[in-house]
Write a protein that binds this ligand. Sequence first.
Ligand code: ATP
Length: 453
Amino acid sequence: MSAPTDAQRMEKIVSLCKRRGFIFQSSEIYGGLNGAWDYGPLGVELKRNLKNYWWRVMVHERDDVVGMDGAILTHPAVLKASGHVEGFSDPMVDCRICKAHLRADQLVEKKGAKQCPNCGGKDFTEARQFNLMFETHVGAAAEESSIAYLRPETAQSMFVQFKNVLEVSRSKLPFGIAQIGKAFRNEINPRNFTFRSREFEQMELEYFCRPEQGTELLEYWKEERLMFYENIGVPRGKLHVLTVPDEERAFYSKGTYDIEYDFPFGRQELEGVAYRTDYDLSQHQKASGKSLEYFDEETKEKLVPHVVEPSAGVDRTVLAMICEAYAEDQAPNDKGEMESRVVLRFHPRMAPIKCAVFPLLKNKVSLVAKAKEVVALLRPEMTVFYDESGAIGRRYRRQDEIGTPFCVTIDFETLGEKDPARRDTVTLRDRDSMKQERVPVEDLPVILRERIR
Ligand code: ATP
């Protein structure tokens, strides 16, 4: 059962993203470029936190995975061998009434007939295959021999560089190569905000193994990846594992799971975890004529490794985190009256700004100076935002709306004016519980580090 869609909630999220600087339409002042998005000051922080955390758990905290960063421009031979030139396409139809190009397999049926989402028309051309790759030319001459492609996935460079990485890392099976980077697909109908874009980022791991380990490792990686989402604030209850049925799976795959999330626009894929057998390495070995075999020193046997691939979308995960975090509740204003507030309940480890620091009054030099000292103390460890304008309640509200988990206020007690015992203590306010605690300034780095890691 798919979750009900909620168009109104999605509209609010899109508008918040623009208003507070998470995501803007690309080339907006020229009318926008369909399927491309720009991340603003807060969006870029959120995205970096996600990518850094993925890299931390997938590469740095493991002995068996190394990273790489491949080129986006790709030799056509690579994508011929992988099957993309021939077959990386979606079925497309044209609406005969409004001329819209539409993805044939995503047309919604109404009263037994497929309908055009633009004009409601029911008259379509025959479906034809549309290749999703962006073609370009390398060098000055635009001719057949200078064609190159923008990569449609990061995976291929990891297969093509398999031997080089294996040699330099001296890895033993099973081991993985990880990569985060841009990918490009000329999607027929980009939609649902950043969910389906023409330019996007992927976080992919190719985990090479012996053939007999593949099935077990598919299960292992599915579980690892589910845990990852929980650790970034997407609860298990909102995730669904779809076992891709035989007829929808690539012919070479011995098992594929889609990890899906209940977005406000419906249940959709966040990540695919696929057991791809030895298909990719074998194809490249055949096409290039270069050995991509692994030599097992114990058994003295040569083999083409099998691979399990968890392939996640950065933009889709960022969007899931924002959708999951978005909430409206009640909070007291400066007069103690309850008001509605918008809050992004990001997991602290993902929040773009970790801590906001406020002097109680902006025209009191000693408060401002102390607040700036606190900023300087925290800045080496985390993203900090200094704000001195407006009532404290308003400042909290602004931080709630961008998901800052902690706010620190410097008041007269911090200066020791009321009670010397409270000198150099501040109030630390929690975004979700709105509770305040009094803590010594010198303890702040340790307390916060513990909560955001
Ligand atoms: P879909 O069926 O939604 O088009 P896919 O199955 O083709 O996705 P994969 O080829 O498995 O996607 O790519 C791996 C991941 O890359 C996806 O799970 C998704 O997170 C991300 N991704 C793929 N296409 C796009 C896109 N057009 N925009 C944003 N992210 C994408």
